[in-house]
Design a protein around this ligand. Structure first.
Ligand SMILES: Nc1nc2c(ncn2[C@@H]2O[C@H](COP(=O)(O)OP(=O)(O)OP(=O)(O)O)[C@@H](O)[C@H]2O)c(=O)[nH]1
Ligand SMILES: [Mg+2]
Length: 386
């Protein structure tokens, strides 16, 4: 659970259930006419005729202060040194016991070292393709440059790994549409809601106004978790008491447009790719968002727990097939994650599309979601943790 807001506005409490809850099994909403889309989503819209798809049930949980007020992270330092999250990443990635960086200490540069490196990369979930590619290039580099110092071999591998990972590096452009509609999906507990909370903070720091949609309508606790993040960041949350997550997403996109929000982020319930009906539901959410705004969702992000290992590839493949991903968020890299998975993604292992990695999560604080930078990641992966 995220930290509770130190001073959650009273209005951030979930409103009581309303009579206008979207009936289960309702047909998909039609595209919203412009006049309807311009309506702000309010609780009173519950009285709207059911034929009109105007936020019949979504509740708006607005922060008590002006939405433009700056976020007030209570327990976070304003600007923690970058070194602090980098060192957390390094520590996290080197804690596996198979630390690749450690292999270079006090050894000779010989075939034995290459073999150890090969095993370590595979153990770190880098996959066969990436491991072979990196080792072949490293052997060639060592030979060509006649490298005899193991530390220099490590530098060479770091460079090769960074080059290998660089195609995954992509800057997230929050201004390329208004509102930029971002749909977030992933398996249970991957860190979706927490990442949305951190991103809300990050986007606000960049001057963007944010609106959140509580598309995880299965659990009241999930809605409340997002509301807490909303209160903490001082942003409005569009939520509904049970009902159809696609309807909440639809309402939120319309609300975002009506009030000129820069970003609308749609949370979704965790699901396994094997739960086919839930994957269908995800496709529906995506489709219905497109009915509220023909170009949306502009970003479709998969959140992956960094500890997932090779199964991450299967997750990416399945979610990509269902909802056409535009980016990844990899969380919990501060823990015991091996981190090599991203090398496997970059290599297109197991038929995965190398989906860009926008952010990596290195902790539970507001500023612990950082842009993925190939150079930094490669350094952390090859650090001996010292
Ligand atoms: N250490 C660490 N913990 C994280 C990170 N990101 C998320 N978590 C924790 O992981 C747990 C699950 O996070 P949620 O955001 O609730 O995950 P979710 O994907 O929304 O979960 P469901 O909605 O239940 O599917 C929480 O305890 C988070 O604090 C991270 O980068 N580092
Ligand atoms: Mg969640």
């Amino acid at each position: 659970m995220p930290v509770s807001p130190a001073s959650a506005p009273a209005s951030a409490q979930p409103a009581p259930a309303q009579s206008g809850v979207v009936p289960a099994g309702r047909a998909e909403p039609p595209p919203a006419p412009a006049s309807i889309a311009a309506e702000p989503v309010t609780a009173s819209a519950a009285q709207a005729p059911s034929a009109a798809y105007v936020a019949p049930a979504s509740q708006e949980v607005a922060p008590s202060a002006a939405p433009s007020a700056p976020p007030q992270p209570e327990s976070q330092p304003a600007t923690p040194a970058k070194t602090s999250w980098l060192s957390r990443l390094k520590q996290g990635l080197s804690r596996t016991g198979q630390s690749i960086g450690g292999l270079f200490i006090g050894v000779k540069v010989d075939e034995n070292l290459f073999e150890e490196l090969e095993s370590a990369l595979i153990m770190a979930d880098a996959g066969l393709e990436a491991t072979e590619k990196l080792l072949t290039a490293l052997r060639a580099r060592v030979k060509k440059d006649r490298i005899e110092d193991p530390a220099k071999v490590r530098d060479a591998l770091r460079e090769l790994l960074a080059d290998h990972l660089r195609p995954l590096e992509r800057r997230f452009d929050v201004t390329r549409a208004k509102p930029l509609v971002v749909m977030i999906a992933g398996v249970n507990g991957a860190g979706k809601t927490t990442s949305i909370g951190k991103l809300a903070y990050t986007f606000q720091q960049q001057g963007a106004s944010v609106l959140l949609a509580a598309g995880d309508t299965f659990r009241a606790a999930a809605r409340e978790q997002l509301m807490q993040w909303g209160a903490r960041n001082n942003v409005t949350v569009i939520a509904q008491d049970g009902g159809d997550p696609a309807a909440v997403a639809f309402d939120a996109v319309n609300a975002g447009r009506a009030r000129g929000a820069s970003v609308v982020m749609v949370d979704t319930a965790g699901r396994l790719p094997t739960q086919l009906h839930l994957m269908e539901e995800l496709k529906k959410i995506r489709r219905v968002i497109g009915k509220a705004d023909g170009n949306a969702p502009h970003e479709v992000l998969l959140v992956i727990d960094g500890n997932t290992g090779q199964n991450a590839l299967a997750q990416i493949r399945a979610f990509d097939a269902a909802i056409n991903l535009t980016g990844l968020v990899v969380t919990k890299l501060d823990g015991t994650a091996k981190g090599g998975t991203l090398a496997a993604v970059a290599a297109g292992s197991q038929g995965v599309r190398p989906v860009p990695v926008y952010w990596i999560g290195v902790g539970e604080g507001l500023e612990d979601l950082q842009p993925f930078v190939a150079d930094e990641f490669a350094s952390a992966l090859l650090s001996s943790g010292q």
